[in-house]
Design a protein around this ligand. Structure first.
Ligand SMILES: [Zn+2]
Length: 272
């Protein structure tokens, strides 16, 4: 394999690897979206559960109040029965006072029961509202999750294709070049290949010696940046668009009078 072909495949390998990384981050985003959607349901369910618990509390308080009411009413009945056996005025006053106490106790419990009933009603209304809300949340979350699942399936199928393309490329690269690339990549945070433009490494911005640039330009050998050690290439010599140009595409489109291609003469050197 010629130096030029080796570099071209290597650049392709790096592009596919970056693509895979991007796809993986997209898949992670999809997972995150799904988790957020699920947590919306959990939050809505949590609110509903809290109200249901409050309703149970209210009902158990209501049961206790019923018992209290019964015993208060029994006291009133008991004192009323005692009235029949009263013999003196003193006994009458005493029993009337007891009846008064008992009746007030009944009234207090009745008021509490009414309050509890109102509370119970408002909780039931809340449960109805929250149940509706939960149903809506479930609907929208189902849609969001279905969307996320579709997106994930798409990404996985694209990833499989890129994976295949990458393996094919990797097989074509000579073993020693692949190893060199792998070592640099490992040390240099994922990027093993760097473009040089106008003698400058576009990854580390180091300006290299003219001779090294010339050797890279002429495919004398596999050359490496003197600063970052990455395998370097000149984009136009590989017949690919420079990263600097593709980054400036938007600017170039709005300033079409600005020349984008640097040296038209070099175009003749590019063989397909
Ligand atoms: Zn560099």
């Amino acid at each position: 394999m010629s130096i030029k072909d080796g570099l071209a495949v290597l650049v392709n390998v790096q592009a596919r690897e970056l693509e895979l990384k991007f796809i993986d981050s997209e898949i992670a985003d999809v997972e995150q979206e799904r988790a957020v959607a699920r947590s919306e349901i959990e939050a809505a369910e949590g609110e509903l559960d809290a109200i249901r618990v409050a309703l149970e509390d209210v009902r158990s308080v209501a049961k206790r109040l019923d018992i209290d009411l019964k015993s208060a009413e029994e006291k009133v009945t008991k004192f009323n029965d005692q009235m029949l056996t009263v013999r003196t005025n003193q006994e009458l006053w005493a029993i009337q006072e007891e009846i008064g106490h008992a009746e007030r106790a009944v009234s207090v419990v009745e008021t509490k029961i009414l309050e509890q009933l109102e509370h119970e009603d408002s909780l039931k209304v809340s449960i109805g509202q929250k149940s509706n809300e939960l149903a809506h949340v479930r609907e929208s979350v189902d849609v969001a999750i279905a969307k996320a699942n579709n997106r994930e399936a798409e990404l996985i199928s694209v990833k499989a294709k890129v994976d295949d393309a990458l393996s094919n490329l990797q097989e074509r690269i000579p073993e020693d070049l692949m190893k060199k690339y792998g070592d640099i990549k490992m040390v240099r945070g994922g990027l093993g290949v760097a473009e040089i433009l106008d003698e400058i490494c576009l990854v580390c911005n180091f300006k290299m010696r003219p001779q090294l640039y010339a050797d890279t330009f002429n495919f004398t050998d596999i050359m490496q940046c003197e600063n970052c050690g990455r395998i370097v290439y000149v984009a136009e010599r590989l017949g690919i668009v420079s990263a600097a140009d593709s980054a400036q595409d938007d600017i170039a489109a709005s300033n079409s009078d600005q020349p984008v291609d640097s040296e038209p003469a070099a175009a003749g050197d590019i063989t397909s």
